[in-house]
Design a protein around this ligand. Structure first.
Ligand code: ADP
Length: 251
């Protein structure tokens, strides 16, 4: 079997906020086409980890590589890194005064200097895929939360990132809108997108993940297949965590 291409390599990452260690000696590799889901109790550092990967935070020790190139603490290259690392947040941050289409075109045209014609074709194709082509001339306020989050995913994809990071993107949505957003992510996974996902949707995590990484108190404490994590977690801490979610590990 051919060796899988590593897209993301996190080596001995340490992150502090002042004197508080938030991430301690974190080592993670993500291969092309792989979906890694990061789980852990609130405050364990999941969000900070994603923010370190796309350069929103500097790190105190260790390195992060994207396709073999060092991207951590590279102030001058950060604008290029953010084009290669797509991120979708809980708050979709669409510009209210721009139409859906213009929101999507902004990055590819301004940051990547791509031709409008070519980006419009791609943006419309992506909007069609997430069921929102008819909204292309609408403004964000005219869309539901779930629709806006699907637009935020399209906006990130349109930059052709090498890896997509998702930080709790359904956490602020009404329950009936969660499914439509998770379905888009499941489609992306099927098509071979490389993804790192932070979520509290346990059934979804189990369905989409190639690998689960469990963080607790700033450390990586378990790394396993979803099957193993959800049926026979190795640590007491992971068992307690799953109990809180009322996730029956015997299922
Ligand atoms: P999670 O995503 O797992 O809930 P976070 O990564 O948001 O956790 O936070 C990890 C820890 O870092 C928490 O204790 C949080 O209070 C702290 N933290 C997060 N952001 C900052 C910041 N900008 N300044 C200081 N502390 C922070």
């Amino acid at each position: 079997m051919s060796k899988k291409e590593k897209i993301l390599e996190i080596k001995h990452l340490k992150k502090n906020y002042d004197d508080t260690v938030v991430l301690n000696d974190i080592n993670i590799d993500v291969c092309k086409g792989e979906v890694v889901v990061i789980l852990g109790p609130s405050g364990c550092g999941k969000s900070t980890l994603l923010r370190c990967i796309n350069g929103l935070e500097t790190i105190q020790e260790g390195e992060i590589y994207l396709s073999g190139e060092k991207i951590s603490n590279q102030d001058k290259k950060m604008h290029l890194v953010r084009q290669k690392v797509g991120m979708v947040f809980q708050s979709y941050d669409l510009f209210p005064h721009l139409t859906i289409l213009d929101n999507i075109l902004l990055g590819p045209m301004k940051a990547q200097h791509r031709e409008k014609k070519e980006v419009v074709v791609e943006a419309e194709k992506l909007l069609e895929r997430v069921g929102l082509l008819d909204k292309k001339n609408a403004y964000p306020r005219q869309l539901s939360g779930g629709q806006k989050q699907r637009v935020a995913i399209v906006r990130a994809l349109c930059m052709h990132p090498q890896v997509m990071l998702f930080d709790e993107i359904t956490a602020a949505l009404d329950p009936e809108m969660v499914r439509e957003v998770l379905d888009v992510m499941l489609e992306l996974a099927k098509e071979g997108s490389t993804m790192v996902i932070v979520t509290h949707e346990m059934q979804f995590a189990r369905a989409i993940a190639d690998r689960i990484i469990f963080l607790d108190s700033s450390k990586l404490v378990e790394e396993s297949s979803p099957e193993e994590f959800f049926t026979t977690p190795k640590t007491e801490r992971a068992k307690q965590f799953l109990n809180v979610f009322d996730f029956d590990i015997a299922k």
